[in-house]
Design a protein around this ligand. Structure first.
Ligand code: GUN
Length: 287
């Protein structure tokens, strides 16, 4: 079998187009331009790339982008004061603090200082609780993007066996909540899971979010399963830097029914969902 390739880039372009049309209507009919503030502390090169890309996409969607770049040795008090100012600023509908933060800063404290209504990452403890109890919340962008592609491919997910490999707060845990919300039977697997291969082979939907390059080979995949690869890992191969996912693409694509590529799968959907969340926040803020 050769898997259908789920084209996240094309899917994301559709989402971004719909967000841009809605933003244009908001502007024309109500004079409202949604705004997203992105805060980057330090000079992590990967984070700088992500932040630049988020800013560019925000502007392309017709929204205002406010970038705040702070030195790596910024104090917690300074960062919290900035968040407080952004919370109070009516032009800012969404606030995103790029993670990871430098070690001297308490990420939980910082994230929980963001107004939950502006928490477009969905990381604030209030949004985590709302999602966990099936209430209206801001939903983390990467799992939301995965869910949208899964719904598009399967229609209903009800009753499917889903295995999420990875238990991070950013992807694994919220992904599991969303799949549960769509009536999947959900297993969260991780580095300590016994016989991980066997657990993965049970999955109709296999979501890989472990951050280990090409960790999941094709013989861990049930024939016909849908494989969602959240990993974005830079590796050196044949003297070149290459982006690979958490699954071994060639062997998994032989067995799976559908698979997301890296790049061009989950990655573009994360940014598209960030724009969608910012638009949602702006609509809620303006009644
Ligand atoms: N770092 C890696 N992924 C993310 C994300 O989705 N949001 C934030 N804020 N930081 C990240």
């Amino acid at each position: 079998m050769s898997a259908k390739i789920i084209d996240g880039k094309a899917f994301a372009a559709g989402v971004r187009g719909r967000v841009a049309s809605h933003v244009a209507r908001l502007k024309a009919d109500h004079g409202i331009t949604p705004g997203l503030a992105v805060v980057l502390v330090g000079e992590d090169p990967a984070s700088e790339v992500y932040v630049r890309s988020k800013g560019k996409s925000t502007v392309e969607a017709g929204m205002n982008s406010y970038e705040h770049k702070l030195d790596a040795d910024t104090s917690e008090a300074t960062l919290l004061a900035l968040i407080d100012a952004l919370n109070k600023d009516p032009a800012v509908n969404g606030i995103l603090v790029q993670l990871p933060l430098p070690k001297h800063l308490d990420a939980d404290l910082v994230i929980n200082a963001i107004d939950p209504a502006k928490d477009v990452d969905g990381f604030h403890i209030s949004n985590v609780g709302l999602l966990g109890t099936g209430q209206k919340s801001m939903v983390p962008c990467t799992p939301l993007g995965c869910l949208m592609m899964l719904r598009d491919h399967h229609g209903s997910l009800s009753g499917l066996d889903a295995v999420v490999v990875g238990r991070s707060n950013i992807v694994g845990k919220p992904m599991a909540q969303l799949l549960l919300g769509d009536s999947c039977t959900v297993t969260i697997a991780h580095s300590r899971t016994k016989d991980l291969a066997e657990v993965c082979r049970r999955a109709d939907i296999l979501v890989a979010a472990v951050g280990r390059p090409e960790m999941i080979p094709g013989d861990w995949v049930k024939p016909g399963a849908t494989v969602i690869d959240v990993g974005i890992n830079r590796i050196e191969r044949d003297g070149k830097t290459k982006l690979v996912g958490d699954v071994h693409y060639a062997s998994c694509a032989e067995v799976a029914g559908a698979i997301t590529p890296v790049p061009g799968g989950v990655g573009p959907m994360t940014i598209a969902c960030l724009l969608a969340n910012t638009l949602t926040a702006a609509c809620r803020a303006n009644g």
